[in-house]
Design a protein around this ligand. Sequence first.
Ligand code: MF3
Ligand code: CO
Ligand code: CO
Length: 254
Amino acid sequence: MAIILKSPEQIEGIRKSSILAAQTLKYLEQFVKPGVKTIEIDKKAEEFIRDHGAIPATKGYKGYKHSTCISPNDVVCHGVPNEYELAWGDILNIDVTTILNGFYGDTCKMYTIGDISDYAQKLIDTTRECLHLGMQQCFPGNHLGNIGFHIARHAQSRGYSVVYEFCGHGVGVKFHEDPEVAHSANQNSGPILKPGMTFTIEPMINAGKARCKVDRKDGWTARTIDGKLSAQFEHTILITQTGFEALTDVYHDF
Ligand code: MF3
Ligand code: CO
Ligand code: CO
């Protein structure tokens, strides 16, 4: 497999889909409240995406049945929406991938329920900073590995660990394309970034150990091995002639 360099027409399609994915995360804010079940949020997401002429990319993907991944507290990623009721003090991630006119946009962010602990807030803040440090490494001629190098250096400086079992990925004309974007990597490793590349950066940062375990019942929900909190933010990134554009950064709220 090779890294696909997108044409201007493909970039326009990916941009439109990325905007819709970002709009979906914004739309869902009003439903993220104590007592709401994550399955109810998933239904709202599916309606919104379909009302805008798009398809939720996760639905039917490798047997996954839902339109979002919703990952509260110790869930690292791929949280299956279910009967869990959000409670005061929870943190959660919602991850949306849209297919609009055949093009993919992929983004996720953290939400909070009521007042959260300083401990949780610091993890969320550091994870957002990790995404932005990764984005700053996105310019033509740089090594892809410098994204993960800078993410891991920052997370570890705060005493956190970086999830290595799930990565960012090329995205745009398929859901998961080359390259794999590791969130921990050696300096100046990996392929050279070129204009027209589109991929995600989606660091998952754990308060405790890096290791994850996948729920044996649903086959998807990945939790921290030690039950400690995890946070994640994700943007779809385009490499331009001079740097990058975050195609899902529509609201500048993370
Ligand atoms: N949107 C996730 C990502 O960022 C992938 C979810 S795949 C699923 O790559 F099948 F778990 F939904
Ligand atoms: Co992704
Ligand atoms: Co995603």
